[in-house]
Design a protein around this ligand. Structure first.
Ligand SMILES: C[C@@](CO)(OP(=O)(O)O)[C@H](O)COP(=O)(O)OP(=O)(O)OC[C@H]1O[C@@H](n2ccc(N)nc2=O)[C@H](O)[C@@H]1O
Ligand SMILES: Nc1ncnc2c1ncn2[C@@H]1O[C@H](COP(=O)(O)OP(=O)(O)O)[C@@H](O)[C@H]1O
Length: 289
């Protein structure tokens, strides 16, 4: 039995610029990923029958589509592993919220089952497998706050300030593909260097599109802006604003209109998963099929 709890933390995009587009339609980004001390929780039981299944309901996510189940099957195939797993997902992060919950569930599954099944892949191999499941999965596998380029898979670890954040969920599910398909999306933001982040010349290029497609998110941004710089994470729906001290963020949370949900959480440069995992140093990417 391996039923210990594994965290699948949230991420935010401290900023997000769209700097181009690949031939396959995917957008080239510049972004800063940071983790939040706020997680889904996953429980794994190793079995010997080779089956991967999920127990329990996850609202809006069928077992077959669940990225944790798909990640387990991918790891199994890639390593010819004969083991199976029963997966239980305690879903805490809003789905389609721009907090990367599904991608994080996939990354935690890859990292946890690599350990539980003893499949011996190293971090690069796991990140490569993760990329097949989604653009955001590699940063969760690596677990370090990062400057991201490409579609988010070219990652340079960074050490950012770790403020408290008030994160607000306006209760709308955003379809990432719909935002990226919008004709008026800015796709040619000039490339910047990391120092621009600290001098304040950054934004989230998806925000004007999201405000138009999902007016409730615009209303939430306007509300949060009274406390400081409010920004969308990823393609939304969640938004965040930093606070220098926890009590200031909690004071703002107390004023939150009742129709929205909010959390006061700490930004972290090392993800809760990184603290939990024990990656094999001798693992070999050559074991990936
Ligand atoms: C935009 C970001 C920023 O962190 O965040 P979210 O708001 O989704 O969390 C991510 O890059 C999202 O990553 P992820 O959620 O894994 O996206 P994927 O499943 O790979 O892609 C969903 C769809 O969005 C579009 N897409 C996604 C990423 C990207 N760089 N360019 C795109 O054009 C594609 O149409 C793709 O089919
Ligand atoms: N375990 C999962 N948790 C959440 N969403 C999942 C999961 N597996 C698949 N999905 C799908 O992934 C999509 C993106 O979900 P999520 O990662 O929560 O949001 P975002 O990409 O906006 O940060 C959802 O529309 C959902 O259908």
């Amino acid at each position: 039995m391996n039923s210990a709890a594994w965290p699948a933390p949230a991420k935010i995009n401290r900023f997000l610029h769209v700097v181009g587009r690949r031939d396959d339609g995917y957008h080239l980004l510049q972004t800063l990923f940071q983790f939040l001390d706020m997680s889904d929780w996953l429980y794994f039981t190793r079995t010997t029958d080779g089956r991967v299944c999920r127990v329990g309901d996850v609202p809006g996510v069928s077992e077959a589509a669940d990225l944790s189940v798909r990640a387990a099957r991918l790891l199994q195939e890639a390593t010819d592993c004969a083991c199976g797993a029963v997966i239980r997902l305690d879903k805490r992060l809003p789905t389609g919220g721009g907090l990367g919950g599904g991608s994080s569930d996939a990354a935690t599954t890859l990292v946890a089952l690599n350990e539980i099944w003893d499949t011996g892949l190293d971090e690069d191999a796991l990140a490569g497998l993760g990329l097949r499941l989604g653009a955001d999965v590699p940063v969760f596998v690596r677990g370090r706050a990062a400057w991201g380029e490409g579609i988010g898979e070219r990652l340079i670890p960074v050490s950012l300030d770790e403020p408290w954040f008030l994160v607000v969920d306006p209760g709308v599910a955003v379809a990432t593909a719909r935002v990226f398909q919008a004709p008026e999306l800015t796709r040619n933001s000039p490339r910047i260097t990391i120092s621009s982040f600290y001098t304040g010349g950054v934004r989230n290029d998806c925000e004007p599109i999201v405000r138009r497609l999902y007016p409730e998110i615009g209303r939430a941004l306007d509300w949060l802006e009274q406390f400081g710089v409010a920004r969308l994470t990823g393609t939304g729906a969640c938004i965040f604003a930093p606070f220098a001290q926890e009590h200031l963020a909690r004071g703002a949370l107390e004023c939150l209109p009742r129709r929205w949900r909010g959390w006061v959480v700490r930004g972290c440069n090392r993800s809760p998963l990184l603290r939990r995992r024990r990656l094999s140093r001798s693992g070999s990417a050559s074991r990936v099929r």
